[in-house]
Design a protein around this ligand. Structure first.
Ligand code: SAM
Length: 382
C-alpha cells in the first residue's frame, strides 16, 4: 500500500521535538514546518503516532487539498470528498476550521460550508444525513485554510493529545502536558540522578518525566480510561482493530517496571501538592514519584547529581511583580549556593523576571505557552 500523508500539529518551538519523536517511531518523509510536522506512513505509523507522541497536539490525516478563493469553491470541493469511505450515516461529526491570509477569513462560516457540503453529499445520495455533535463527535474534521488553499483533514486524535487523562482538575496556571513533555525532552536527564521540580503545581513536569523514563506511551493512559472514547481513528470506518490491539499490547510490554532515578516535586501550596499526588496516582505512578510541601527558597537537595526543572510563576498583575522578582532572585541564590553538581532548567514567560535569577545562562530554548513567548533557560551549577 502506498504511503499515506499525515500532519502532527505542534506548539511553536516544539516542531523539531515532534520530528524526533516521529523518527523514533519510524515515520517517513518527516518535514517540520511552523506549527507542525508532515510525515508519511501506513496505518501502523498513524496509530503509533497517537500512542507514542508526547509533544504533538494532534495528528491529522488530510483527505483533500484544493484552492478555495471563495465559499462556493470551498463548498464544491468539500462536497467531492468521499466522506462515506470514512464514516457512515449514523456517525456524528463536527468541523473545526482555522483560516489565515485568505479571502475566506471567517473560520466559523468556513466550517459551516464544509458541514453543509458533507451533509448535502450524503442526503443527495441516500435521502438521509449524518448529524452534527459539537461536544462528542464520532468523526472530527479539520479545515485548514491558508493563502486561499484549503486542506481538509480527519482528526485522528479526536481529543487533543495533551488530554492524557491523569489531570482531572487544574490549579494555578498548569502547563499543558504536551508542553511539559517538550520541556522534559529538552532537559538532559540521564534517568538516574535526581529529577526535582521545586515549584511543581499540579505536578505535570515530574509526571511527564516519569512517563518518559518508564518508556510509558502516553496514549496508553487514554486506552486505560474506560470513561474516554479512545482516539478519533478508532471511530473511522477503516479502523484496523487487530493492528491497534497489537500496538497497544506491544506498548504495555515496553513499560519499564521501575524508575531508575528519583523524582520529587515540591510546592508551597498544600492544595497543589494534594492535586499533584492525585494526578500521579491517576497516571499509575504513585510509587515512583514523591510530592511534598516545601518552599523552593529552602531547597537543599540531598543527592549530588541530577536536574532541577521548574516552571516558575510569571503572573501578569503588576502588584505581583515585586514578590515574583524577589522569588526569582532568592531562587537564583538557592541554586548558586546549595545545588552544586546539578543542572537547572527554568521555564518562564517573563524575561524581565528571568534576569533576576542572576546566573549565567548556558543555553536558552524558545517555546510558546499558547500565545506567550517563553524561555527554558539552562544553568550549569558548579
Ligand atoms: C506556574 S505554577 C507551576 C505549574 C506546574 N508546572 C503545573 O503544570 O501545574 C508555579 C507554582 O509555584 C508555586 N510556588 C510559588 N512560590 C513558591 C515557593 N516559594 N516554593 C514552592 N513553590 C512555590 C505555586 O504554588 C505554583 O503552584
Amino acid at each position: 500500500m502506498a504511503n499515506m500523508r499525515f500532519f502532527a500539529t505542534a506548539a511553536k518551538g516544539t516542531e523539531p521535538l515532534v520530528a524526533n519523536e516521529l523518527a523514533a517511531i519510524s515515520a517517513q518523509n518527516i518535514r517540520p514546518i511552523v506549527g507542525g510536522v508532515h510525515f508519511e506512513g501506513g496505518w501502523e505509523t498513524l496509530y503509533r503516532a497517537n500512542l507514542w507522541l508526547r509533544t504533538a497536539n494532534r495528528v491529522l490525516m488530510p483527505v483533500a487539498a484544493f484552492p478555495c478563493p471563495t465559499p462556493a469553491a470551498l463548498y464544491e470541493n468539500a462536497r467531492n470528498v468521499r466522506w462515506r469511505e470514512w464514516m457512515t450515516l449514523d456517525d456524528t461529526f463536527a468541523v473545526d476550521c482555522n483560516c489565515r491570509d485568505s479571502q475566506i477569513s471567517h473560520s466559523h462560516y468556513a466550517a459551516l460550508k464544509v458541514k453543509d457540503a458533507l451533509v448535502d453529499e450524503f442526503r443527495d445520495r441516500t435521502g438521509r444525513r449524518p448529524n452534527v455533535d459539537r461536544q462528542r463527535p464520532a468523526v472530527q474534521i479539520n479545515a485548514h485554510i491558508a493563502k486561499d488553499r484549503c486542506t481538509l483533514s480527519l482528526d485522528a486524535s479526536g481529543d487533543r493529545l495533551h488530554r492524557r487523562g491523569y489531570r482531572r482538575q487544574a490549579l494555578d496556571a498548569p502547563l499543558r502536558e504536551t508542553l511539559a513533555a517538550a520541556i522534559v525532552e529538552l532537559v538532559a536527564w540521564d534517568n538516574e540522578g535526581m529529577f526535582i521540580d521545586p515549584m511543581c503545581g499540579s505536578g505535570t513536569i515530574v509526571i511527564e518525566a516519569a512517563l518518559k523514563a518508564m518508556n510509558y506511551a502516553p496514549g496508553l493512559l487514554r486506552c486505560a480510561d474506560s470513561g474516554r472514547r479512545g482516539f478519533g481513528f478508532q471511530r473511522w470506518r477503516p479502523f484496523d482493530r487487530k493492528l491497534w490491539g497489537q500496538l497497544v499490547d506491544e506498548a504495555r510490554g515496553a513499560i519499564r517496571e521501575k524508575l531508575p532515578g528519583r523524582l520529587l516535586g515540591y510546592d508551597i501550596s498544600r492544595p497543589a501538592v494534594r492535586l499533584a499526588s492525585e494526578n500521579a496516582k491517576l497516571a499509575g505512578l504513585e510509587r515512583g514519584i514523591r510530592f511534598m510541601r516545601g518552599d523552593a527558597l529552602k531547597l537543599s537537595p540531598r543527592g549530588h547529581r541530577g536536574v532541577i526543572v521548574s516552571n516558575l510563576p510569571y503572573g501578569e498583575r503588576t502588584g505581583e511583580m515585586e514578590a515574583l522578582a524577589s522569588l526569582y532572585r532568592g531562587f537564583g541564590n538557592v541554586l548558586k549556593q546549595r545545588c552544586a553538581g546539578y543542572t537547572a532548567y527554568l521555564f518562564t514567560g517573563n524575561l524581565g523576571l528571568a534576569k533576576r535569577i542572576g546566573l549565567r545562562t548556558e543555553k536558552r530554548f524558545t517555546l510558546y505557552n499558547g500565545p506567550i513567548e517563553c524561555r527554558l533557560l539552562k544553568y550549569a551549577l558548579f
